[in-house]
Unconditional design. Sequence first.
Length: 245
Amino acid sequence: MHQSALVLFSGGQDSTTCLAWALARYARVETVGFDYGQRHRVELDARLAVLRELRGQFQPWAARLGEDHMLDLSVLGQVSDTSLTRDVAFRMEASGLPNTFVPGRNLLFLTLAAALAYRRNLEVLVTGVCETDFSGYPDCRDDTMKAMQLALSLGMDRRFLVETPLMWIDKAATWRLARQLGEASGVARGGAALEALVIEHTHTCYQGDRVHRHDWGYGCGTCPACALRAGGWTRYREGGLDATP
């Protein structure tokens, strides 16, 4: 039975939901973030706000939430030429992938997270990648995660488990999962509290927009990340709070 986890935590909606998911399951949970020169680096501030609010509002989880780690991955920004690391417009490339795709990003994230987990004696890596409602990134696919789990376990001679709680659900179901996790947290009105926390404190917008406030949170409202988040929010509200993912 696994008792500890390291959550790859960006401060966005998906990784915050994954963090709540891990806190509901594991006795010891740590977090790791990555500074890779992203345009939307405001997410690095958002992640600290989310951690603060989780500790303050969800006492049953606070005792389980351990150290936060930040790794400098500026080299990733140096070797990539994408709209997440350069001031260029969002567009589709000839390859069929959006230019928001940062080659190797999730592979590098998982490798370094596993190295950190090895040192910290953490058993499970939790990441918010998704193959259902995503931008077509090949390093978000289930096959990629299974291959990484095997490679990391073999390469470090330690059996790691890579958990992907959002892999087969869309953004509407991600909103619903956060609500359900909050309700099960043991905190009064925890579902509404966690939903409000996601809206107010997480950051997903690729433009780094923290000025424009929508029903679903802050963002430009037009970038691919905002479109996914807003669309999921609409379907979630239309489907009802208690619908099964």
